[in-house]
Design a protein around this ligand. Structure first.
Ligand code: SF4
Length: 303
């Protein structure tokens, strides 16, 4: 029988590939990856990668696109072609153009969870880790922001600025599954547990949170906190990393069903085939990439 882990390691060496995996990937994908992180950590890794000839991005479409935009000299592979983020599909370039025409003075801040064509229409990108800092860095008091409405509301609370969401209803289907009632039950079972919530969750979930932040911020917070137990309000894949980095602490998901099916499409088998056959190559036309790159690079200048 084929030892997939050994074969992937062999192919990785032969092809001078680096494997990047998002925090929401399956445990076995996280374990075989060279780097595990959230979208900003992985984008930075992809941008700074010099040695490797190939970047295999175990995540969803927009993240692999960002890698291809930020490091156009490398081959970027997305192991599963169907691994698409539904939130990224929610914002069209037409909608952005219409909003720009209506609010010509408002800069467009786009969450990285957007397709390259949308990014090309923006002034600056952000991730859930730096959305507040990015918006604070702008002089404008009114900002167009998309596609996640919950992140838009959270950023408005934190910055005091007027944030116009694009579209009005953008959301992550996985983070929408979290409900405060479940957290209350878990708190009864684990009264000393700290509740960590991702800003893609609803406002009701933010109200029951002790800590709100991106997955990279959750990892840092859990490591530095004196607390021994944590209830985690984000996609369940993060629990693998949290438990690995903090073996003495306990982590509970705030909802067992909080699984992103798109993130879970990447398996060891698909990663192996992708490396072996060098598919699926992610290409962004340079005219689009050049504009999107500016928005992404501007984000990196903020922090
Ligand atoms: S967790 Fe939500 S935002 Fe992230 S890839 Fe899945 S659907 Fe998209």
């Amino acid at each position: 029988m084929l030892d997939l882990t050994a074969e992937i390691q062999k192919l990785k060496r032969e092809k001078k590939a680096v494997i990047l995996a998002h925090n929401y990937q399956r445990p076995e994908i996280q374990d075989i990856a060279d780097y595990v992180g959230d979208s900003i950590e992985l984008s930075r890794k992809a941008m700074q990668e010099k040695e490797a000839e190939m970047i295999v991005f175990c995540a969803v479409d927009f993240m692999a696109q960002s890698a291809a935009i930020l490091n156009p000299t490398k081959k970027v592979l997305l192991p599963t072609l169907g691994a698409r983020c539904p939130m990224a599909q929610m914002l069209t370039t037409d909608e952005i153009r219409r909003a720009k025409a209506q609010h010509p003075k408002a800069p467009v801040v786009l969450y990285v969870n957007t397709l390259a064509e949308a990014k090309a229409e923006s002034d600056i990108c952000c991730t859930s880790a730096n959305a507040v800092e990015v918006i604070k860095s702008l002089k404008a008091e009114t900002v167009l922001f998309g596609p996640d409405r919950n992140l838009a509301e959270y950023a408005a609370e934190k910055t005091g600025k007027t944030i116009i969401p694009l579209p009005q209803w953008g959301f992550c289907p996985t983070h929408l599954l979290f409900q405060p009632e479940d957290v209350k039950v878990l708190k009864q079972q684990h009264p000393s547990a700290v509740v960590m919530v991702h800003p893609e969750c609803s406002g009701e979930m933010r109200k029951v949170a002790d800590f709100i932040g991106s997955t990279s911020k959750m990892c840092r917070y859990a490591k530095e906190s004196m607390a021994q137990e944590f209830i985690v309000g984000t996609e369940e894949g993060i629990l693998h990393r949290l438990r690995k980095e903090n073996p003495e602490k306990k982590f509970f998901t705030a909802y067992e069903g909080a699984v992103c099916p798109n993130m879970k499409l990447t398996t060891l088998e698909r990663l192996y085939v992708s490396l072996k056959e060098e598919k699926h190559l992610v290409k962004v036309p340079e005219a689009v990439a050049a504009k999107a790159r500016k928005a992404l690079e501007r984000m990196f200048q903020v922090n």
